[in-house]
Design a binder for this molecule. Structure first.
Ligand code: ASC
Length: 150
C-alpha cells in the first residue's frame, strides 16, 4: 500500500511538473535559462518580422513555422524569474518582484500577442501578419521599458 501511494505521488509530481515550472539549481541557472528562452524566441520572431517587413522574401511556410516556435518559447522565461535572481548577469529590475502582478500581466500580454501572431500566420495574409508582428513588438517594448535596466 505504502509503495503504491508513493508511486502515485511520484507519478503525479511528474505529471504536474512541466517545462513552465522548471527548477533551477542556482539563481545563475534561472538567469541563463530565461535569457536563453528569450534569445531563441527573438531569433524566430525576428525571422517572421523580417518577412513581414519585406526585408526577406515572404515565405508563408517559414512564417508559420517560426511563429509557432516563437509562441512556444514565449511561455518559458517567466518561471525563471525566481527569488534571488535579481542579482548577477541580469538587467532585470527589482520591480519584477515588487510589482509581481503587473509583471505577470505584461508577460501574459506578450504571450497573448505571440499566440495571435501564430494564428494569423496561418492565414498567409501579409497585412494581418504585419499588424500582429507590430503588436508583439509593442508588448516586448512595454515590458522592457518598465522592467529592464538600460
Ligand atoms: C524585437 C526585440 C524586441 C522587440 C522590440 C520592439 O525583435 O528583440 O525587444 O522586437 O524591439 O520594440
Amino acid at each position: 500500500m505504502k509503495v503504491i501511494s508513493s508511486f502515485v505521488l511520484v507519478a503525479s509530481a511528474l505529471v504536474f511538473s512541466s517545462t513552465a515550472s522548471a527548477q533551477f539549481a542556482k539563481p545563475e541557472d534561472a538567469i541563463k535559462y530565461r535569457k536563453s528562452a528569450l534569445f531563441v524566441m527573438q531569433q524566430h520572431f525576428g525571422r517572421v518580422g523580417a518577412m513581414a517587413n519585406g526585408r526577406v522574401p515572404f515565405d508563408a511556410k517559414v512564417i508559420v513555422e517560426n511563429a509557432a516556435i516563437a509562441e512556444s518559447m514565449s511561455k518559458l522565461p517567466w518561471a525563471a524569474f525566481v527569488e534571488g535572481s535579481d542579482q548577477g548577469e541580469t538587467r532585470a529590475k527589482p520591480e519584477i518582484w515588487t510589482e509581481h502582478a503587473k509583471f505577470k500581466e505584461a508577460s501574459e500580454k506578450m504571450m497573448g500577442e505571440m499566440a495571435k501572431l501564430s494564428v494569423v500566420a496561418k492565414t498567409g495574409n501579409i497585412d494581418s501578419i504585419k499588424a500582429a508582428v507590430g503588436a508583439v513588438g509593442g508588448s516586448c517594448k512595454a515590458c522592457h521599458d518598465a522592467y529592464q535596466k538600460k
